[in-house]
Structures are given as C-alpha cells and as structure tokens.
Ligand binder design. Structure first.
Ligand SMILES: [Zn+2]
Length: 351
C-alpha cells in the first residue's frame, strides 16, 4: 500500500499577479487526476499535523535568518520574484510550511509503523534550497523555498531512523540537499540528473565532505538518456548503494521532469523506468524492512500525467518483475559515466 497525501494549502503558492510559471497550482490537479484515474486514492490531509513544530525543524535545515526572511516576505504581503526563477506570493509561506509539515507527518507515520510507504505531493518543491537559499553557487533557488526532503531526513534522524538514503531522480541536481548534508555521513544522497543544465552542479567527483566521503553520489547523465540508461543506473548504483547502507529510511526526491517531453529538460524516459524504479526500491525496502517516504519535486506535464502513476504502481507492486541486465542497452556514455563513478567511489563503498 502506498499512502498518497497532500494539503489544499499547497494551492496557495501561486505565481504573482496572475502571471505564468511552470511551477503552478495546476500541477497538483494534473497529479491528482492522473493518480485517481489510475485507481489510487489521494487524501487531503485536513488538519493533520506532526507532533513537532515544523519551524523548529526548518531552523535545523536552513539558517534561521533565511527561514525568517521568507516568512517576513509573506507577512509583508510581498508578491514577486526573489530571483530569476523563484516566486513568493501571499500564500507561499503557508503552502511551504505545510509541505514541510506533511513531510514530517509522513516520517512519523512510517516511524510508528502505521504506514510503510508515504508519498507527499509537496509544493512548492524543495531540493534546490540549500542552507541559506541558493545552494552551491546556483544562480537561483529553482522554484524551491524550504527543503522538504531535508526536513524529513533531519526529523527522521531525530527519531532514530538512520542512516537514511535519499534518492533524487528529478532531472535537475538536488544541490540544496547535497549542500545541507555534505558533511553528514548518516544521510547518503544518490542523485541522478542531466549534465549541463540548471543548477550546473552534481559532479561525479562530489563525493561528500570530510568524514562523509562516499555518501554523496552523483550520476550526471548526458542529455537524451533513455529508460535503459536509467535502469542501468538503478541496477549498478542505486540498488547496491541502498543494499550496502542498509538504511532505516529510504527517501525519494520524486521529480518527473526527466520524462520525455516534460518541458524543462532533454531526457527521454518513460513509464517503464518509473515503474521499474518504484518496484526495485520497494523490493529492496521490503527485504530490509525499511519504510519509504517520497516527496514531489519537479515534473510539469507528461511526467506528472504518466511518470507519477507509474512510480506509484511500482511502489505498490508486491511481485517485482525481474530485470534482465543483459537485455539493457545503455549508451556508451552512460556506461563510461557509471564506470568512472564506481572507480571514484571504490575506496569508500563497494558497488
Ligand atoms: Zn527539476
């Protein structure tokens, strides 16, 4: 079973003055409709709250001054852009706080054993927000205000669920998440992203800071990567990393913008990868008796319509289909990238 939750407050984060922005409330409608028409129930969380003040957790994720700066913008009725990509409007703080809250609630639900897999349809997304906003020299915060997955991971650690593996399959590098956990060996962050696009980070040589070497794993794939390239990465990197870390919690930064023609990138993956990804992660999680918390990151059109329900189908699967590695045809570029990554990481982890 996958529990899928959202809050009506997520609709309050709206592009300023009626302008257009790809990260807008209609994404939530697209996601909910796609899930419901695939037979999944999506639950509005009502007044449900975690047993912790989300703000206190966000002060551990980000500099307190950054969190207060964003909150102050909303208090003062600000409506506009805080950088070239990222807007804040009147309802943004309520939405962003609620997104963090429901991520914390999801962690509680899996920590207590009430659920084993929870997917939160968070918006605004979060993985580009670092310690104090823009992360690792990125030009913008890439539509993100508070880092939801980082809040969930920090809360999970406080609850004793560690180590944690965060798998980020959004097409853009999760630079905020990497920055926040750079020196934290208890949060293993595997990030598959397209090389050469925003935010320009996520080099395969970025393996973690002192004391955390080998816990930050960047798979930068070339533009145009297809299902086989992603499934190959899943088998060669994601599966063994989770297997060797034996995490107490698996978290997924679930972006769907690597889907073919989703609009903001150049990857060409389809339902086949998302379903395989869900099945594979679920199967490892089951074998380790580890729960899963996923949060929505990017995904703007086709990816949400097709990739999201496919991943949920995979996560709900009890009998994963066997992947035959011999039948996969990853590109030479992908094989080289994976080989280089394995060589880079081999003194720290066995892959
Ligand atoms: Zn993205």
């Amino acid at each position: 079973m996958v529990s899928i939750i959202y809050s009506k407050d997520f609709y309050l984060h709206e592009p300023p003055k009626g302008g257009y922005h790809p990260e807008n409330p209609s994404r939530l409608d697209i996601a909910i409709r796609a899930l419901q028409s695939s037979g999944f129930s999506v639950v509005e969380a009502g007044d449900a709250k975690p047993g912790v003040d989300a703000l206190n957790i966000l002060f551990r994720v980000h500099d307190e001054s950054y969190v207060r700066y964003i909150l102050k913008l909303c208090e003062h009725g600000f409506e506009g852009y805080i950088d070239g990509d990222t807007y804040v409007s009147r309802g943004s703080c309520k939405a962003a706080l609620r997104a963090a809250e429901l991520t914390l609630l999801a962690v509680e639900k899996v920590a207590s054993g009430e659920e084993d897999t929870v997917f939160v349809l968070t918006r605004p997304p979060g993985h580009h927000t670092g310690v104090s906003g823009r992360a690792l020299g990125a030009p913008t915060q890439g539509f993100c205000l508070f880092n939801n997955i980082a809040a969930g991971a920090i809360y999970a650690k406080l609850k004793g669920l560690k180590p944690i593996v965060v798998v980020d399959i959004d097409v853009h590098h999760g630079n905020g998440t990497q920055e926040i956990f750079w020196r934290d060996p208890e949060v293993i962050h595997v990030d598959i992203h397209e090389w050469g696009i925003y935010p320009g980070t996520g080099w395969l040589t970025d393996i973690g800071g002192e004391g955390a070497e080998g816990t930050k794993i960047n798979v930068a794939l070339s533009p145009g990567a297809e299902d086989d390239d992603y499934i190959y990465t899943l088998l060669k990197i994601v599966e063994p990393v989770i297997g060797s870390a034996k995490p107490k919690l698996i978290m997924i930064s679930a972006g769907f913008d690597a889907y073919q023609n989703d609009g903001l990138a150049d990857m060409r993956i389809t339902q086949r990868f998302y379903k395989t990804f869900g099945e594979t992660v679920k199967a490892i999680a089951k074998s380790l008796a580890t729960p899963i918390v996923a949060v929505l990151e990017g995904g703007y059109s086709t990816g949400l319509k097709k990739g999201l329900p496919a991943m949920i189908k995979g996560l709900a699967e009890t009998q994963p289909s066997k992947i035959s590695e011999e039948r996969l045809k990853p590109s030479e570029k992908t094989k080289n990238t994976i080989e280089k990554l394995i060589q880079t990481l081999k003194q720290y982890i066995t892959l």
